[in-house]
Write a protein that binds this ligand. Structure first.
Ligand code: GCV
Length: 602
């Protein structure tokens, strides 16, 4: 064990010493994360109770000073990545959301099975769990929701609460609180009450008792995440009650213990059926603004649709002025090539923060991409997105470049400059490339049905809601392409604050990145490049494909500096990515050309 010099040792517990020893270990199966073990030999740790009241740290040389033990741990990891100076967490809530089912499968997971649930004899692997916790702690993640938002009521049974306790006991050591997704109908679904009506006293008592039971087992339990009246999940509407009625009832049960409710705004097709899908969250939640308890936080996806490669920000962040809010980002790449495409997401999340000031938010959640695959995230570079989520949750003003640079330095540490700069450039260009080869110019949701991998612009299924069909989103015809959400269309632009409301509403001022999101645009429309819309669309699909080919070239050059296994695995994935990009180009250009070539002058 590396010696540690602890100043004023009374502030540092034995438990904490144990934590130190765990840092930098690689999992037994040889899997590798960014965690490093080349710690300086003469670290000094100091507790300073005069520092701001959070888990921040100050680093000077090899001395780490913090107010709390967690601050010392975070500072220690920061020192490993070469930081100096003082740093404090921006968001208090920095939470991963695992969409893990109790049978071990993961909804939208592309890295194997759950690390929490579904193992033989129902026992998780403690070594892997500790390694996960270290990785989270190394970037300051301090909470985790252990189960899918499409929640099984069984999670609240005694047997599962015992399992949650066992997991919480491991994660606590690394400053990670556990939270659970709950099924709103649990009291009824578990056969304990005839109703789940939030205004029914029996239901309220049931949830209070359940909260007491949870906190008895897990005194630092964080609270509930709820998907209600969304995609078939039960909720307060089932009893004629509002979102506020539902969320407040749970909040009252958790309040005596200090717990919170994260209530999701991802809703469509329930109350406002038929309305433009991207408008429904605001329509449904605005009437509740100001009605939520102060331990309720509204959790909304960054865009108003569903984690597309590019969306404008969700206007609910503008509209809910008297409600605490947090943003939900998707680390797992449901719509971005899943486990196969190298897409670094920090530029996308920075784009979101350029519209929604982090100061409007009390926390940030990231839908995790972690599974039991030996490389943890399905693609070696997908780890960078887990890392980036944590780093931005700690400090949203970091640039995507800084984060990619840090991650590369720690994960592919034998790549010398200038090869390192090429790797950096590959990561930083990867998201825009994905937008180009999948859905340039504001096109959206033209994925294959249900699994969301690959293009299906002609997708239409009469048996399903229209909002699940690609043709609803691109609206291509001989007059043009795109969804008219301006005031002459659905009026979704009116949900935005100025200057975006006016900017998005007019074709001439709408940024090209959102053109077809907000407007139905003639094929012959002149874009900023001077090309017609149709030419520009073809140009961008080609540019996306060319970028991936260039990523392959860069990766070939990096071969001497990367171990054989990881180099080979990434190379294989890049081949798949190129084939996929070409498929997107061929299918989409082929499909849209049928309309563009018949185009009529407006
Ligand atoms: C967990 C999309 C995804 C679903 C996901 C849902 C949500 O519809 O495809 O898998 O369900 O969003 O965020 O609740």
């Amino acid at each position: 064990m590396t010696p540690l010099y602890i100043w004023r040792g009374w502030g540092v517990s034995l438990l904490f010493l144990f934590m130190w020893t765990g840092i930098g270990l690689h999992a037994e199966d040889g899997s590798r994360l960014w965690l490093r073990c080349d710690m300086p030999k003469d670290i000094t740790l100091k507790i300073d109770s005069t520092m701001p009241d959070d888990d921040g740290y100050r680093i000077s040389g090899h001395t780490v000073t913090a107010r709390t033990q967690m601050g010392l741990l975070y500072g220690r990891y920061a020192l490993l990545r070469g930081e100096q100076g003082e740093s404090h967490p921006f968001f208090k809530l920095r939470i991963l959301n695992h969409w893990d089912n109790l049978d071990g499968s993961i909804e939208r997971g592309y890295a194997g099975q759950s690390i929490f649930w579904g193992m033989e004899n129902d026992r998780f692997d403690p070594a892997r769990l500790r390694y996960y916790a270290q990785a989270c702690a190394s970037v300051g993640i301090n909470g985790t929701v252990l189960n899918n938002v499409n929640a099984s009521p069984a999670i609240l049974t005694r047997a599962y609460i015992n399992k949650v306790k066992a997991i919480a006991d491991v994660l606590r050591t690394y400053g990670i609180r556990v939270y659970l997704s709950v099924n709103f109908a649990s009291p009824k679904a578990l056969g304990q009450l005839p109703t789940a009506d939030p205004l029914d006293k029996r239901v309220q008592r049931w949830w209070k008792r359940k909260a007491d039971e949870l906190y008895k087992a897990i005194p630092d339990f964080g609270g509930f995440l709820v998907k209600a009246n969304s995609e078939g999940q039960p909720g307060p509407f089932d009893y004629g009650r509002s979102h506020a009625d539902g969320a407040n009832m749970l909040a009252d049960a958790l309040r005596p213990h200090g717990g919170i409710v994260m209530w999701r705004s991802f809703v469509y097709g329930a109350r406002h059926k038929g309305e433009d899908r991207v408008m429904q969250a605001v329509s449904e939640f605005l009437p509740c603004d100001g009605q939520f308890r102060d331990n309720v936080i509204l959790q909304s996806k960054n865009g108003p649709l569903d984690f597309q490669p590019r969306e404008p920000y969700a206007p609910i962040f503008d509209q809910m002025k008297d409600t605490k809010q947090m943003a939900e980002l998707q680390i797992t790449q449901e719509y971005l090539g899943q486990g196969n495409h190298l897409v670094f997401l920090a530029p996308m999340w920075k784009e979101f923060f350029s519209y929604v000031s982090p100061s409007r938010l009390v926390g940030i959640a990231g839908v995790a991409n972690v599974g039991d695959d030996s490389n943890w995230c399905g693609h070696h570079f997908a780890q960078a997105n887990w890392y980036a989520f944590g780093r931005l949750a700690w400090n949203p003003s970091l640039t995507a470049r800084q984060i990619a640079d840090e991650w590369l330095n720690q994960t592919f540490d034998s790549i010398p400059a200038p090869a390192h700069d090429n790797a950096l450039s590959l990561m930083l260009r990867s998201r825009e490339a994905c937008v180009d080869y999948m859905m340039p110019l504001g096109l959206h949701h033209i994925f294959k049905f249900d699994h969301h991998y690959g293009p299906e612009p002609d997708g239409f299924k009469a048996d399903y809601p229209l909002e699940w069909c690609p043709v609803y989103y691109h609206q291509a015809d001989s007059a043009g392409v795109g969804f008219n959400r301006s005031t002459s269309g659905t009026g979704a632009t009116q949900q935005y604050r100025e200057p975006y409301r006016s900017q998005y509403d007019h074709l001439g001022t709408c940024p090209e990145r959102y053109l077809l999101w907000f407007h139905h645009v003639p094929w012959t429309y002149r874009t900023l490049s001077g090309r017609t819309l149709w030419e520009e669309m073809q140009h961008r699909y080609q540019r996306g494909v060319d970028e991936v080919a260039d990523f392959q070239r860069i990766w070939q050059q990096l071969k001497p500096y990367v171990d054989e296994q990881r180099w080979h695995e990434v190379e294989q994935k890049l081949q798949v990515q190129l084939r996929d990009a070409q498929e997107w180009q061929q299918v989409c250009i082929g499909y849209f050309s049928k309309f563009a070539q018949r185009s009529v002058e407006p």
